[in-house]
Design a binder for this molecule. Structure first.
Ligand SMILES: Cc1cc2nc3c(=O)[nH]c(=O)nc-3n(C[C@H](O)[C@H](O)[C@H](O)COP(=O)(O)OP(=O)(O)OC[C@H]3O[C@@H](n4cnc5c(N)ncnc54)[C@H](O)[C@@H]3O)c2cc1C
Length: 485
């Protein structure tokens, strides 16, 4: 079987790697437009903040049958002849997988057509390097967009010492992910970090001098700046699919098996529109990649393809924000909504309890509590007698211990990007992966957004105690500590 994958981003790479495992005899060509090896795009804001080295982004080389073609943009697909053409060569396929991802959405305001020097988006390593270089001499940056990407980028620039104005079209930041009360706390925390936050602001024009950004004009006045970062969302990259005559409607349209209207062509990741919608997150894209690799390899049953769940974890320097599941504003009448609102300490914690389970939470300003709460969501029967204790987490007077590595059920998901459970980590440990990095290599936990690192470290520390690497395993101890699920 000859498989061509167009797009060597996070999802195309995962698909090729998985197919190499499931179908070692397949011939796989991974064709990517970017001029470097596949890398972890999610960590670009961490790179900008100087918290990771560029080399740490590179994804592991896929297994042997995969040939990786970097700097190779697919220009044309001939579905009759089953050929993909780049400028340099052609690739023949039995099955074609489109993983062309998404691109940054451009704003239509005066001064941005063409993009002046000093104006940037942040989607690729190339973009991140350009912003990084501009940061060296920037006197002030304006970041337009107050979603997760805008906040992460704004905090990264501020962390680098650049004065930042954050322009938010909505009345509070992170408006799609947080209720206004929680968003208000985040806005206040951003100001505490030294950012100039303009909420409910309308960007009227970008001002330029000699083709270079000189500032922005808002409805409330002008802000002088020499660095402009547009973080206004992304849109599926569908140009190749459309030109090939495939059905495109807000993404390459696929069915539940990730097949397009041509049975020899599939689409996965940010470019695909599944029956559940488009994803925009790496976790669902990776699940699609694995599901499709299994299906093409004839392995079954293939897990259902999914789109994103309601979860958001910000990776911003100096700011902890995590939200998962149901928010207070959309709670049902019988739900219990409990909250601690402590804006001057930069804290807001809210839990939504439905029946005997935690239906969702929002946690601003307390990373440890957020890590604890994320192990509790949608687990019937683990709530403390009074859900008020959930707000106190592990530092409260009467903490629940159900989120600790010792008592978490084996089925608890630890790494959401990769769908890794505590049980998977325990199995890997028993197989000799007795460090966080070995656990990551084996299970892929921590290799997505990295937000689960604390939990994985906690599980590793616990295993170190109950099953030290050098000693004989004590299955009794394990059985006592890991309830079967
Ligand atoms: C800065 C940043 C931070 C993010 N943080 C998070 C996060 O914390 N959590 C999360 O879940 N998600 C996050 N995301 C989103 C996440 O990165 C995407 O969901 C994920 O990368 C999607 O993977 P993909 O392979 O579908 O698309 P992409 O990663 O966009 O890769 C698509 C690749 O296809 C290539 N391509 C396109 N057209 C062609 C062609 N014609 N020929 C050859 N190659 C082509 C592109 O150059 C690109 O390399 C973040 C995104 C960014 C930009």
């Amino acid at each position: 079987m000859r498989v061509v994958v167009v797009g060597a981003g996070m999802v195309g790479h995962r698909f090729a790697d998985d197919l190499a495992r499931f179908a070692p005899h397949a011939e796989v060509d991974l064709v990517g437009a970017e001029p470097h090896a596949p890398y972890n795009r999610v960590l670009l804001t961490e790179l900008l903040a100087g918290r990771v080295e560029p080399g740490a982004l590179t994804l592991p080389r896929p297994g042997a049958p995969v040939r990786v073609w970097a700097g190779a943009e697919a220009l044309h697909v001939d579905r009759e002849r089953r050929v993909v053409a780049t400028a340099e060569r052609t690739f023949t396929y039995d099955h074609l997988v489109l993983a062309t991802g998404a691109r940054a959405r451009r704003l239509r305001v005066d001064g941005l057509d063409p993009m002046p020097r000093g104006a940037h988006v942040l989607r690729s390593l190339h973009d991140a390097r350009a912003v990084d270089a501009a940061t060296e001499h920037a006197r002030r940056a304006v970041v337009v967009g107050s979603g997760p990407l805008g906040l992460e980028a704004a905090c990264a620039l501020a962390h680098r010492g650049v004065p930042v104005t954050l322009v938010s079209a909505s009345a509070t930041v992170l408006a799609r992910d947080l209720d206004p009360v929680a968003g208000g706390v985040v806005g206040r925390s951003l100001r505490g970090l030294g950012l100039d936050v303009r909420e409910a602001a309308v960007l009227e024009a970008v001002e330029t001098v000699d083709g270079r950004v000189a500032g922005v004009r808002l409805d409330s006045g002008t802000v002088e700046a020499d660095l402009l970062l547009l973080a206004c969302g992304s849109e599926p990259e569908t140009r190749l699919a459309r030109a090939a005559g495939l059905v495109v409607d807000g993404g390459v349209v696929v069915d539940a098996d990730l097949a397009t209207d041509d049975p020899r062509v599939s689409a996965i990741g940010d470019c695909a529109r599944t029956p559940g919608g488009t994803s925009g997150l790496v976790g669902p894209g990776w699940q699609q990649a694995t599901a499709l690799a299994r299906r093409l390899a004839g392995a079954s049953p293939a897990p259902a393809s999914v789109v994103g769940g309601a979860a958001m974890r910000l990776k911003a320097v100096g700011l902890d924000v995590v939200t998962e599941g149901v928010r207070g504003s959309v709670a049902e009448p019988d739900d219990r909504v409990l909250a601690v609102h402590d804006p001057s300490a930069g804290r807001h914690v809210e839990v939504v309890v439905r029946g005997d389970e935690l239906a969702g939470f929002t946690c601003v300003g307390d990373g440890d509590l957020a890590a604890h709460l994320s192990t509790q969501v949608a687990r019937p029967g683990v709530l403390p007698p009074d859900p008020l204790q959930l707000l106190l987490g592990t530092s409260g007077a009467a903490p629940t211990t159900s989120g600790s590595p010792t008592t978490m059920p084996a089925a608890t998901t630890v790494c959401r990007c990769n769908g890794v459970t505590k049980g998977d980590l325990v199995d890997a440990w028993e197989d000799g992966c007795t460090s966080v990095s070995a656990l990551a290599d084996r299970t892929r936990a921590t290799t997505g957004c990295g937000g689960c690192r604390r939990l994985v470290q906690g599980v590793a520390q616990w295993l170190e105690q109950v099953d030290p690497p050098a000693s004989q395993p004590d299955p009794g101890a394990r059985e006592r500590s890991v309830p079967a699920t």
